[in-house]
Design a protein around this ligand. Structure first.
Ligand code: NAP
Length: 252
């Protein structure tokens, strides 16, 4: 009979690429079984590819699941799938997020709502669904992806800034509600990280941003994933309700 290893289980939303994929990689490297999530069936092959690579590299179990976190039933189904496959959810990383940039005076309701629905409501849906098993287990880690834009604001991103500021309020609230059950909740606020999301910027925009970053470079997804791995560990048990900026000194 194969040896049974009692591994922790992590659900990482939006882990087909970018920061989410790097987080899935770090948590698998730390020995966790990982649920890899795509936003739809169309991008499920990308999640399947990430999942297979993690199993191959680290020998952990993985489960690719298509779920749009903005839709309550799909977010619930994502957590249910993790429970069915592994019997527990120890770590939830709410990483799924989009931008629909535009100046406030010209922004459509559609663009405002789309960003709020995924970034803020999607985070709520997954927190609510995962809180139950975490409270029962009396152990859990919730890590929500905010942004320096949610802390400081940014011209052209009224929807995104509101969603990411909302994530901070949500994180502090759930941290208070769950602390007694040994469940922590923290927000990570990245600066500018090199992913598809920031690839849309022109070279001159990137140069202008880099000139404001003390470290003199854009961040890498691994810069975020390393912190998430720590926050998800036993060592971080006394850290809760915090917002940690990872921005190379940009906000100083
Ligand atoms: P990215 O490269 O654009 O990847 C976004 C990921 O989110 C993809 O895996 C995508 O899945 C998934 N996703 C989008 N909508 C979803 C939905 N409705 N349901 C489930 N998954 C969904 O983004 P990123 O740069 O890695 O950003 C990751 C997170 O960090 C976001 O929350 C972002 O706001 C935040 N952040 C990024 C930066 C930065 O500079 N890059 C800075 C601050 C904060 P599909 O492949 O299926 O579309």
């Amino acid at each position: 009979m194969a040896e049974m290893i009692d591994r922790r289980v992590a659900v990482v939303t939006g882990s087909t690429r970018g920061i989410g994929r790097a987080i899935a990689h770090e948590l698998a490297a730390a020995g966790m079984n990982v649920v890899v999530n795509s936003s739809s069936e169309r991008s499920l092959p990308a999640a399947e590819e990430v999942a297979a690579a993690l199993t191959q590299e680290f020998g952990v179990e993985t489960l690719p699941v298509a779920a749009n976190v903005a839709v309550e039933a799909e977010a619930n189904a994502l957590i249910d799938a993790a429970m069915e496959a592994f019997g527990r959810v120890d770590v939830l990383v709410n990483n799924a997020g989009i931008t629909r940039d535009g100046l406030a005076a010209r922004m459509s309701d559609e663009d405002f709502d789309a960003v709020i629905d995924i970034n803020l409501k999607g985070t709520f849906h997954c927190c609510r669904a995962a809180a139950k098993p975490m409270m029962k287990q009396r152990w859990g880690r919730i890590i929500n992806m905010s942004s320096v834009v949610g802390v400081y604001g940014n011209a052209g991103q009224i929807n995104y800034a509101a969603s990411k500021a909302g994530v901070i309020g949500m994180t502090k609230t759930i941290a208070k509600e769950l602390a007694k059950r040994n469940v922590t909740a923290n927000a990570v606020a990245p600066g500018f990280i090199a992913t598809d999301m920031t690839d849309a910027l022109s070279d001159s925009q990137k140069e202008a941003i880099t000139s404001r970053i003390g470290c003199g470079r854009l961040g890498e997804p691994a810069d975020i994933a390393n912190l998430v791995r720590f926050l998800a560990s036993d060592e971080a048990s006394y850290i809760t309700g915090q917002v940690i900026c990872v921005d190379g000194g940009m906000s100083l």
